[in-house]
Design a protein around this ligand. Structure first.
Ligand SMILES: [Zn+2]
Length: 199
């Protein structure tokens, strides 16, 4: 299966993104190859880490970055939060990976059937005490697209909004992107096929 990537990706990020998307095809085809899952690997990284991508993923139990990208220990710096909602701690976690660990690739991984999108759609525009900070990160998408009916389309629009928010709020990340040191890949995971595709 050929994987087509946009033209404008810096070389390091392109190599890593290709590797992850082809790892995802291994997962889909039930031919995983990840080897770095042993105690020996963990010992190798006892005092340092060198992940090549940071993945912002939903906390959803069905979205497990290392498994769906066919990766082992030490490869991905994963930030998991319900609905990939980009609050301050989340953005700073990505900044840490970009600034301190020098990862060349940021993956924003939305997914089908996301509970946060469904909850937000049901409760919009009410802000109650429950899930306040999560909803405040998702409602802006509905402010712009009140007619959204498909949760999966909503999730994709939200992933696009997350990129815009990170670029607006984070000088560390936007500077790195503008210098060409980092590429942000907006992705969507489909439970029915297991495929991760670029948005
Ligand atoms: Zn979710």
């Amino acid at each position: 299966m050929e994987i087509k990537l946009p033209e404008n990706i810096p070389l390091r990020a392109k190599t890593e993104l290709k590797k992850l998307l082809s790892g995802n095809r291994n997962f889909v085809n039930s031919t995983p190859t990840a080897k770095n899952m042993s105690i020996e690997t963990l010992k190798k990284y006892a005092f340092h880490q060198e992940p090549y991508a940071v993945v912002l993923s939903c906390s959803d139990s069905r979205v497990v970055p290392e498994i769906i990208f066919d990766c082992g220990i030490g490869e991905l710096f994963v930030v998991r939060v319900a609905g990939i909602t980009a609050g301050d701690n989340v953005i700073e976690s990505i900044e840490y990976a970009v600034k301190k660990l020098k990862v060349p690739l940021v993956i924003l991984l939305g997914h089908d059937d996301c509970g946060v999108m469904k909850y937000a759609k049901e409760h919009y525009p009410k802000i109650e005490d429950d899930f306040k900070s999560i909803l405040s990160c998702v409602y802006p998408v509905l402010d712009k697209n009140e007619d959204i009916t498909c949760h999966n389309y909503f999730a994709m629009q939200h992933t696009i909004w997350v990129e815009e928010t990170i670029m607006k709020k984070s000088k560390i990340i936007s500077d790195a992107v503008n210098r060409g040191d980092v590429y942000i890949a907006k992705c969507h995971f489909d439970h029915s096929t297991g495929l991760v595709d670029l948005i």
